[in-house]
Design a protein around this ligand. Structure first.
Ligand code: ADP
Length: 377
């Protein structure tokens, strides 16, 4: 099959019209970035927050026009809602202007009924960040809190599978999405916005558009705490999220060995740079307890995260062992905290949840006053 080109995508978008100026204008004029990879197409349409609601049909029409091109496998168009300049928050620090292309909407206004927003981050992939995020969210829920889980891991959105939810989210009015729910935990995933096997290059602004939609266009209801599963690493996408989403705080997940801890340090420094409080470090796959003989083995060494936390002046929140039950429960869509609330692992997650909630509750009272800090790299 012929491969679709960026030029063809742009041509198709120049045929779609949108209200603007004194009449209609080509959607192409509002498109800020087109990514084409192996038939998978992504682009953003920049509108003002006032236009955002009325532009949904335009966004759909643009997607449909591109989808009709031969060789297109998937299309993701996202609206960026930029606030008019006079409503933007002032830059507080160093007199630096906003980084180019960064709209300054206060995202907290998109979720006025959400108390605290806590990110779960890791310096690299595969350390169990999503496993920690989901079990932490369930442990917070078991404390009687109203909890949501936002899966923002663009590189591998695994939360729906781990929570045992399937299919696309429902929407009564075609605009606001209903979060998926299991075990009483409300969940929304960036994976619902893109086809599962869609390889995409996500740049910061694109990630933010998608995350804005997942905050604004989802019926989260009233939440005490929203846990956000971040993409691993410290690149452009992660930095943009860290500086734009009004995070109450961040948790860093690491395995105990040196190489993983190097990345954990980078992650910690990234949050510090944008003045997001780091609530603490969690050591995952901390040790292995043999289910047959009970002997404990420190597969990836042990205690590295605790030592790093102490060295960097961060709190150490606890350790979770490498355990077959944790892996199997996650793969089966029944995380350990929901599957067996009496297990020692669930108790470890509950202890971490206690500490996280205690810190988040206090900090969230001050989050609204904290303007996001933009840094120029
Ligand atoms: P990440 O989000 O950091 O990429 P995941 O949470 O997706 O990592 O975990 C990667 C794999 O490791 C999954 O199969 C998961 O079930 C497994 N895993 C994570 N933590 C543990 C643990 N403590 N014990 C056993 N398996 C684990």
């Amino acid at each position: 099959m012929a491969k679709v080109t960026e030029e063809q995508v742009r041509d198709a978008l120049s045929e779609v019209t949108a209200p603007g100026g004194n009449g209609n204008l080509a959607v192409l004029e509002l498109v800020s970035g087109v990514v084409v990879r192996d038939g998978n197409v992504g682009f953003t349409i920049e509108v003002t927050s006032k236009q955002a609601q009325t532009f949904e049909p335009v966004r759909k029409a643009a997607e449909e026009a591109v989808a009709a091109l031969p060789g297109v496998i998937s299309v993701t168009a996202v609206l960026t809602a930029e606030r008019p300049r006079q409503q933007q928050r002032p830059q507080q620090e160093h007199g630096q202007g906003p980084a180019q292309g960064q709209p300054q909407t206060s995202l907290k206004e998109l979720v006025p009924n959400v108390g605290a927003i806590v990110a779960v981050a890791s310096g690299k992939g595969g350390v169990g960040k999503s496993t920690i995020a989901i079990n932490l969210a369930l442990a917070l829920l078991s404390k009687g809190l109203k909890v949501g889980l936002l899966d923002a891991d663009i590189y591998g959105p695994s939360i729906p599978k781990m929570l045992g939810v399937h299919g696309r989210p429902d929407s009564e009015d075609g605009n606001i999405l209903e979060p998926k729910e299991n075990y009483g935990l409300k969940c929304m995933s960036i994976g619902f916005l893109v086809a599962e096997d869609t390889p995409m290059i996500w740049r910061g602004p694109m990630v933010m558009s998608a995350i804005e939609q997942l905050l604004r266009d989802v019926n989260w209801g009233e939440l005490d705490i929203l846990v956000v599963d971040l993409p691993p690493g410290t690149g452009d996408a992660q930095l943009t999220i860290a500086q734009r989403v009004p995070l109450t705080g961040a948790l860093i997940v690491s395995t105990p060995q040196d190489i993983a801890l190097l990345d954990a340090r980078k992650s910690l420094n990234m949050f510090r740079k944008v003045e997001v409080p780091v609530l603490g470090i969690i050591e995952n796959m901390s040790y292995f307890a043999c289910p047959h003989c009970g002997e404990r083995t420190d597969i990836f060494s042990h205690g590295g995260a605790k030592a790093t936390a102490a060295e960097m002046g961060a709190d150490f929140l606890g350790e979770i062992p490498l355990d077959m039950d944790i892996r199997e429960a996650g793969d089966a869509g029944k995380p350990i905290t929901a599957a067996d609330s009496d297990s020692p692992h669930s108790k470890a997650f509950l202890a971490i949840a206690d500490e996280v909630w205690e810190k988040a509750r206090v900090l969230s009272e001050g989050t609204e006053a904290r303007a996001p800090k933009i840094i120029v790299q």
